[in-house]
Design a protein around this ligand. Structure first.
Ligand SMILES: N[C@@H](CCC(=O)N[C@@H](CS)C(=O)NCC(=O)O)C(=O)O
Length: 209
């Protein structure tokens, strides 16, 4: 059975959500962030050398990186669900969103708190971060125009992977001028499987409502 090594208030929440959407049984091993530094406890390094979350273990193997974990779960347990046909053009888009989430879209959110901690000294950095946020969030908003989910009318695992970016945007930026993005976050957060994953994973500040 899959074990999700789950750090509170973290990207591993979306792995719990994916497993709930697929109805795949799983165990959770809980880890708590240090209250001051927000870092993961050292025990997580015994599961995977990077010591980050999410990590899953399955059949004696540890798999790290959200995108790789999502791809693994969909391939091994999805039975063709939550992804387009691999022979279709949509599949290329699906792979784009799976990689884009952590490859580019989340980067300005990693830099933002660092820039904030430098105060006025970081003004040039802030300008760049603001530019990247506007560029990336605008791109996601446009993609969602006329679509309920990133690939069209139905949720795919690409939405699950991108959900953390949407939640960071809704939490740390003003998305009132990005109505498609705001509606998408509200739409996926209302799903029963999403709510169930929070019941199992514990408090999650990025969940609204
Ligand atoms: N790109 C990685 C990011 C992993 C990551 O940085 N996870 C954060 C939680 S959201 C973490 O473990 N932070 C605690 C730490 O760095 O000690 C992924 O998507 O899996």
């Amino acid at each position: 059975m899959i074990t999700v090594h789950h750090l509170n208030e973290s990207r591993s929440q979306r792995i719990l959500w994916l497993l709930e959407e697929l109805g795949v049984p799983y165990d959770i091993q809980f880890y708590r962030r240090d209250a001051h530094s927000r870092q993961a406890p050292a025990e997580l390094q015994q599961v995977h050398p990077l010591g980050k979350s999410p990590v899953i273990t399955d059949d004696g193997r540890a798999i790290a990186e959200s995108g790789a974990i999502i791809d693994y779960i969909v391939r091994h347990y999805g039975k063709g669900r939550l992804r387009p046909d691999p022979e279709s053009l949509d599949y290329d888009d699906y792979v784009h969103w799976l990689h884009y989430a952590e490859g580019s879209a989340s980067l300005p959110f990693v830099i933002l708190p660092i820039a904030n901690s430098f105060g006025k000294m970081a003004t040039p950095l802030h300008r760049r971060v603001d530019h990247e946020l506007a560029l990336n969030l605008g791109y996601i908003n446009e993609r969602l125009r006329g679509r309920d989910f990133l690939l069209g009318g139905a949720l795919t695992a690409a939405d699950v992977q991108m959900s953390f970016v949407g939640e960071l945007a809704a939490t740390f930026t003003d998305i009132s001028n990005l109505p498609e993005l705001a509606a998408w976050v509200a739409r996926f957060q209302a799903r029963p499987a999403y709510r169930k994953a929070i019941e199992r994973g514990g408090p999650y500040a990025y969940a609204k409502g």
